[in-house]
Design a protein around this ligand. Sequence first.
Ligand code: GDG
Length: 472
Amino acid sequence: MSRTIIVSNRLPTKVLRSEDGLTFQPSEGGLATGLGSIYRADGNVWVGWPGLFVDDPTEQAHVTQQLQADSMAPVFLTENEIQDYYEGFSNGTLWPTFHYFSQFALHNEKHWQAYVAVNEKFCQAVLELAGPDDTIWVHDYQLLLLPAMLRRERPEATIGFFLHIPFPSYELIRVLPWGPQLLEGLLGADLVGFHTFGYMRHFLSAVAHLLGLPNQNGLVETADRTVLVDAFPMGIDYQRYAETAASEAVIKHERTYREALPGMRVILSIDRLDYTKGIAERLLAFEQLLKRHPEWRGQASLLMVVVPSRDQVAQYQGLKVEIDELVGRINAKYSTIAWTPIQYFYRSFPFGELVALYRLADVALVTPVRDGMNLVAKEFIACKTDQRGVLILSERAGAARELSDALLINPTDTNQMVAALHEALLMPKEEQTARMTHLQDLVRQYDVFAWTKLFMDRLAYSKIKQHLLDVD
Ligand code: GDG
């Protein structure tokens, strides 16, 4: 029987250490939901790091056993590996480079060696589980070398790869000392998928320029195989958001928030702390709105949730200080006894409260300077059960390719952001409904289950196509 093996850096369950020992917390991420139906089906399995350093063999056995019961297989990483492979090469080199922040990118040979070694470790873990007929689906930038490593050991295997972040212009890949190896790593797959057609084109052009391999309609001919490259914009579990948004508990939360902000127009901003998300630029635009359009003072508040992330990395600590100072300065300048311009939360909200915030918001301000897709934009849309509300979206988020009924802006153009905010706050209800209805139709149809099915079908097709080419 053929099975599917999903591989990603993190498992969809977080293992946490508390005073009472280890606890297991399911992750609510979009990927976990979308693939949930696959990896929990007969014999399928998800391979990844449980998100915690565990070195005691008894504890490792306990974690393995607990996760196995829920179709997962852990890859344990040492503290050095977490530092050099994860924080070092993945988050300190690849993340900034792929988001066009190459000035932040570290080029450290030790980090690269750890990246190769950990990809090899994942390869061994997959090989122990995978049979010759199994389908292997590898995810994201932490595992770019894995497809070729698996291919070397299992030439016949069916291997798919999906990248969740942007793929940048080949000029940025060329700056990386290890660019060609990374591309060769990806070409071990049968199918390489990206969120947008633009990222796919950048990848094909990098493969042509750095490896000298041309393509025809997204088919790359390597020395011994054909690799299919395509775009698969990821969706969300629409029904889950829409149903939660209509639930009594969430409506109650929203009412409580409303009572605390009577008559106020709410502009919502939600991100992980990250320099790619354009949080500081957004604050500056809100400040300019208050300056140029004083009529919104006392009438509109920016509700800003920043979820702590990667706080061990220097750039993230600096960004946190910058955001704290900007919020402090703007609030100090414009606050009145009755009104606080920015309601700022540096923490994560439980799912139901997050959905209540989406319901509450009149405007969602989603303005990353670079973002592979951006699921927050789609979640906001799914939660607007009354078809009201305006999405302001950065044209540099992958989601902008699909969500053309949003107000699309350039996140580094403060004037344009101020104009969009003003327009959104004044937008007639009929226009809000017309735009939101279109956006909902789209996000509902291309949900995460459709995305998963499309990718798996295309992967199966790429394999059939290869057999036919081999026969020719
Ligand atoms: C990467 C790519 C791509 C946020 N705050 C809270 C909370 N969240 C949840 C959101 C959303 C998720 O976190 C964030 O997803 P994004 O897509 O916006 O961004 P990344 O984490 O950077 O994800 C991105 C994605 O992969 C998928 O391919 O779209 O471009 O960078 O689901 O709801 N969840 C809860 N409380 C919060 O306070 N419960």
